[in-house]
Design a protein around this ligand. Structure first.
Ligand code: ADP
Ligand code: MG
Length: 391
């Protein structure tokens, strides 16, 4: 990686501002899933072990630039304190005189959590004065919020202009694994792409076109490809506005691009809908494709068997409905069973699907960044990464 990390600078005894992605789901005022808090622990512990004063910040939800009592950081502070087994001081704001004096009093090994950065409209506006105020709290800035790195906000980008800025461990891990599959993948390299909309994934397909050996296409996005090939997809979700780009991608990718040969169709978009498996071109009138079929899974398995690198983004079907989760779950099991291959999962829903079947530990890397991992795979520069010091 060509960016400096927390291990490349002297952190001992310093006041360190750490941007985390603590945007966790809340339920009745408590953290419903602490995955993101857990993911932040290595960086926090590393700093505490070196007697730094640790000043943490994050956004939480979408408070629209004003204080929203339901999106305050207290539940996060409570959970973090439990996990760290030490007190976490939650402040009422993230900038201003009171915050400055609280931070100035912090000693080595103290942990402070600032209030939701998005309570200020200046955060998303990447206001330089607000970024400067955040920077004034510390001597060093560590960005460990990969999931927010595609946004140029004050706490993810602006602040890096006023302090030495380095990557935390989670950021480093994400950039390493995602970077490796783009820069130096072992072949055969297979990309599995799905999800609802082809328009979301066109950039990824284009950026991977010359890198991968095979694209396995499932999910709703396959419907637009199928329709572009003149298959009858019934009432399936199709983006008619993307038919031309689908045709062009089919032409460019040629034999590389593998579409479903059979599909599970439903008579309505509901968990309890009637379902049947049909050939990809035989969707009955009024029915819609909600999953890939068993012959498609065999076809995919054949392409995956010898793969050395696999990137997966986007579920193979409407996995939120148990009846239509089979394709997604089967693909997760296939990847889990590949021995010796590098398997990287990007995308919020894909990561959730892999976790739901308990196979996340079997993957080489499950990205914590939904939108960020997608933009990275599109080959875009992430502003939060670009702002960090070069090695
Ligand atoms: P990720 O978050 O992993 O990038 P996306 O957000 O692109 O994935 O897509 C996930 C969504 O795609 C899920 O909500 C799923 O229900 C939907 N989806 C998958 N297959 C279909 C389909 N055949 N028809 C409609 N929606 C689908
Ligand atoms: Mg999604």
């Amino acid at each position: 990686m060509n960016k400096k990390t927390i291990q490349d600078v002297d952190v001992r005894g310093k006041r360190v501002l750490v941007r985390l992605d603590l945007n966790v789901p809340l339920q009745e005022g408590e953290v419903a899933d602490d995955t993101r808090i857990q993911a932040a622990l290595p960086t926090i512990r590393y700093l505490l072990d070196r007697e730094a004063s640790v000043i943490l910040c994050s956004h939480l939800g979408r408070p629209k630039g004003q204080v929203d009592d339901s999106l305050k950081m207290e539940p996060v502070a409570r959970r973090l304190a439990e996990l760290l087994e030490r007190p976490v001081t939650k402040l009422d704001d993230c900038v201003g005189p009171q915050v400055e004096s609280a931070v100035a009093q912090a000693g080595p090994g103290d942990v402070i959590l600032l209030e939701n950065t998005r309570f200020h409209p200046e955060e998303k506006a990447n206001d330089p004065e607000f970024a400067r105020q955040l920077a004034a709290l510390a001597e060093l800035y560590v960005n460990d919020a990969f999931g927010s790195a595609h946004r140029a906000h004050a706490s993810t980008e602006g602040v890096a202009h006023y302090l030495p800025a380095v990557a935390g461990f989670l950021m480093e891990k994400e950039l390493e694994f995602l970077g490796r599959v783009l820069a130096s993948p072992e072949h055969p390299f297979v990309a599995i792409l799905g999800g609802a909309k082809i328009s979301d994934k066109i950039g990824v397909i284009e950026n991977l076109l010359d890198r991968v050996d095979v694209f396995l296409i499932g999910g709703g996005m396959a419907n637009t490809f199928l329709k572009a090939e003149d298959y009858d997809v019934g009432d399936s979700l199709v983006e008619d506005g993307s038919l031309d780009v689908a045709r062009s991608l089919l032409q460019q990718a040629g034999d590389k691009l593998i579409l479903p040969v059979d599909v599970t169709v439903a008579d309505r978009f509901e968990a309890e809908a009637f379902s049947q498996v049909v050939a990809a071109g035989n969707v009955p009138r009024g029915w819609r494709i909600l999953d890939i079929g068993p012959r498609t899974l065999e076809l995919f398995q054949g392409h995956l068997e010898n793969a050395r690198t696999v990137v997966w983004n986007g579920p193979m079907g409407v996995f939120e409905f148990a009846k239509f989760a089979q394709g997604t779950e089967a693909v997760a099991r296939m990847l889990a069973n590949l021995s010796g291959a590098t398997t990287v999962i990007g995308g919020g829903d894909s990561a959730a699907a892999v976790k739901r079947v308990g196979l996340d530990d079997k993957m080489t890397h499950v990205s914590t960044g939904g939108g960020a991992s997608l933009e990275f795979m599109e080959g875009k520069t992430l502003p939060g990464v670009a702002a960090l010091l070069d090695k």
